[in-house]
Design a binder for this molecule. Structure first.
Ligand code: PLP
Length: 756
């Protein structure tokens, strides 16, 4: 039954990332295991065990023909689609070596899986073909530009298109493409990547002039490491792997018989009309509709990045308006729902080239979520997935991620005191006093909806929206935010950075905000100091891009002046002390809290200026040199910082962590955002009392330091979902002088999979 529930009772996961890979179906796993243990022969052996293996191999090939409609041509077993693509490209380019075309081109669809363009470029170079590699554009629906193909087909050595896109599920009209290609060029090699089409669309390859079609087992419930390549009769072929002559000499190496047996069972399931493991297209469409409705009910405003009409029913690609893909992914992951941000194979990239090619907006491309299920999904699984998605709604409301429509939403976001909100490396700060009076410093356009929700849901009154300078790289979000907040912003007459013109300070219950001019990075740069009205101690210094974690703002942009920066730094140093938190406008180093002491320790240029080891003139010279140099080696940012050394920090397994927690002075710090806490409660996971768990998301790290939530004498084990954020936080705490910090290696992900 189940194919995307993984049987882990405590933390049942809902796997909705089938376009990345699928679990192996139990009946397929059985035959794979049987082939490893019982029918394990080498198909090349002449004894009975070998003959049985050979029979299985040939039977699978014959079933493959039936599944993909290839009564003739060759069917080769490969390690997967990437090998199939290499084989097709190498075969074509070797055959094309002596071509007579004056300006040869290699064409590929702009939304193709990276395996295709990268393979074309690689072999075009290695084999010295020197063809121009051209991307065929797509329209806003992801459909290939047929006229572009028509224009270039005559000069093409190879044309690569895909049947179904892995990110959006968009399918192409192969018959129409064939008509265009063949009307211009009857000989050009045409490869169609069919990886995502298997089991989702009908294929009849021998009835087409497709020369090569790669497939991959792991995208449809067979194991990883097995695939099939179809080669049209008469198409060019050069063995990509030579050796013992297996596969009639076309692909040497002992065959992956367990994988092939897995395909055998998969093909049987696909061919058996009586077997309903694979659902009809109609059912799959109904499942997508259900998921679509669950998403709309939960998130409200969503932009779908593809038209369902032009895509297979097993994929939904969308961006939640106003939530970043990271927030959505963290939320889903915490609820046990596995989806992907764009394509799993290009994880790390923060834009989708597929959506870019379709002309999607920056927001869509940067925040795309792909939800995909396999065609063997069950109704029960889809129902469960929809229930789980809907169960996120109260969490979203409680965390101001969506505006609540309930009368008394449970408030989990703690906006009191300081919260950092980030967009890429830019930082925006929200300070709220206990009367719920707030100031926003360095607002960011992308975060306006989020900020507006926090203000609305928490009932804040915003007394000022301030910029620390006119950010040259982005538009000011001040006026837009003020407009969005309407009556929740106490609009006064302000200067161009948002400071109320007639006021010396902005009073905030037991504190007040003061403005000091700190030119240097720009002429108009100011810093805002939050000082205690009784003690005059300055807890936060909002300094914009004058000082950045691990560095200083750059002084090679128009209007900047290094000599002025010197004076600003020196005068700030007389106002703040080592415990003041430096709240910058940018953070390229992932330091969430940086106090003045740590800032000096990580910025030698600053420290030596302030302690007199460097004269002002020497500082100016060194700073200008450094900025000039970095301007040529890195992107022009608001400041150039050196990579901070990561502090030596101990990585713990969950077993080590559990053992350490026996010690009275050892605590867990949960660095996840509150909306991720829903499912995995750390106290339960580690079997410790609640008092042993301190919640400090990265957005509240600076606040936690100022509030004295942590004690340098104690041991802290930092935890998050994957071990990355907690590692950054642990690093950050080490920089701040905490000596006993540890990171739970691999985070909660590894505990749940019992891999530690
Ligand atoms: N082509 C497409 C459309 C894919 O989705 C993938 C995998 O993500 C590949 C090719 C590569 O397949 P394999 O992992 O079998 O090499």
């Amino acid at each position: 039954m189940a194919n995307f529930f993984l049987p882990d009772d405590a933390n049942q996961q809902i796997y909705l990332d089938a376009n990345a890979t699928t679990p192996v179906l139990p009946q397929i796993a059985d035959v794979v295991s049987h082939t490893m243990q019982v029918c394990f022969g080498n198909p090349s052996s002449s004894h009975i065990t070998g003959i049985q293996a050979k029979y299985l191999l040939e039977q699978t090939r014959s079933k493959a023909r039936d599944v993909i409609g290839a009564s003739d041509g060759d069917i080769l077993f490969t390690s997967g689609a990437t090998e199939g693509i290499q084989t097709a490209v190498v075969s074509t380019l070797i055959a094309a070596k002596n071509h007579q075309i004056e300006n040869p081109v290699l064409l590929y669809g702009a939304t193709e899986h990276k395996a295709v363009p990268n393979t074309l470029k690689h072999w075009n170079n290695v084999l010295d073909i020197n063809a121009q590699v051209l991307a065929i554009p797509v329209d806003k629906y992801g459909i290939l530009d047929h006229e572009f193909i028509r224009k270039h087909a005559a000069n093409a050595l190879m044309i690569c298109t895909m049947a179904v896109n892995n990110e959006t599920g968009v399918f192409q009209d192969l018959a129409a493409i064939e008509q265009v290609i063949r009307s211009e060029n009857t000989r050009v090699a045409w490869m169609v990547d069919c990886v995502q089409a298997l089991g989702k669309t009908r294929l009849a390859l021998s009835q087409t002039t497709i020369d090569y079609a790669p497939f991959s087992g792991h995208k449809l419930y067979a194991p990883k490491g097995i695939g099939v390549l179809y080669i049209r009769k008469g198409s060019a072929y050069t063995p990509f792997i030579a050796g013992g002559g297996q596969e009639s000499g076309m692909r040497s190496g002992t065959e992956n018989l367990p994988g092939i047996a897995g395909l055998n069972e998969l093909f049987s399931l696909l061919l058996d009309k009586e077997n309903h493991t694979f659902k009809s297209l109609e059912q799959l469409h109904a499942f997508r509709k259900q998921l679509h409705e669950a998403l709309i009910d939960t998130f409200g405003s969503i932009t779908f990045n593809h038209e369902f009409e032009y895509s297979v029913p097993t994929t939904l690609n969308f961006a939640v308006n106003e939530l970043t893909s990271k927030e959505v992914m963290d939320l889903f992951d915490a609820a046990g729902i596995r989806v992907s941000g764009g394509s799993a194979c290009s994880s790390g990239a923060n834009r989708s080239f597929v959506l870019d090619a379709m002309g999607a907006s920056d927001w869509q491309s940067e925040n795309a979520i792909r939800m995909s299920f396999g065609p063997a999904v069950t109704e029960q699984e889809i129902n469960y997935a929809c229930d789980k998605i809907r169960s996120l709604k109260p969490i979203l409301e409680a965390n101001c991620l969506v505006v609540s429509d309930s009368t008394s939403p449970q408030q989990e976001v703690c906006a009191i005191d300081l919260t950092q909100l980030r967009h890429q490396a830019a930082c925006c700060w929200l300070y709220v006093d206990s009367n719920k009076h707030a100031v926003v410093i360095d607002p960011i356009i992308e975060l306006i909806p989020r900020m507006a929700k926090i203000v609305a849901t928490q009932g804040l009154l915003v007394k000022a929206i301030l910029d620390t300078h006119k950010h040259q790289e982005r538009l000011s979000a001040r006026c837009l935010l003020a407009k969005e907040l309407a009556e929740q912003y106490v609009g006064k007459e302000t200067d161009e950075l948002g400071w109320p013109v007639n006021d010396e300070t902005i009073p905030l219950n037991t504190a007040r905000l003061r403005k000091v001019a700190t030119p240097g990075h720009s002429q108009d740069s100011v810093s805002y100091l939050l000082e205690n009205s009784l003690t005059n101690d300055i807890s936060y210094c909002f300094c914009g891009d004058l000082i950045l974690p691990g560095g200083l703002g750059n002084t090679v942009i128009s209007g900047s002046d290094t000599a002025q920066m010197v004076q600003s730094l020196k005068s700030l140093a007389t106002l703040i002390d080592d415990t003041t938190l430096i709240c910058s406008g940018h953070d390229y180093q992932q330091c969430f809290a940086m106090d003045w002491h740590a800032q000096k320790a990580t910025t030698p240029l600053l420290a030596t200026l302030l302690n007199g080891q460097l004269s002002e003139a020497e500082f100016i010279e060194l700073k200008q040199q450094a900025d000039q140099q970095k301007q040529h080696t890195s992107h022009p940012l608001c400041g150039y910082v050196d990579v901070l050394e990561s502090s030596p920090m101990k990585q713990l397994t969950s077993t080590d962590a559990k053992a350490m927690l026996g010690d009275q002075a050892t605590y867990l710090i949960d660095t996840r955002e509150p909306y991720e806490h829903g499912v995995a409660n750390l106290a339960e996971v580690f079997n410790v009392e609640n008092a042993k768990v301190i919640n400090i998301p990265l957005s509240r790290m600076a606040n936690a330091i100022v509030q004295g939530q942590l004690d340098k004498a104690k041991n802290y084990i930092l935890v998050c979902r994957s071990g990355n954020r907690s590692k950054q936080a642990a690093n950050n705490l080490s920089q701040l002088g905490f000596e006993h910090v540890y990171n739970l290696n691999g985070g909660l992900a590894l505990i749940n999979s019992n891999q530690q």
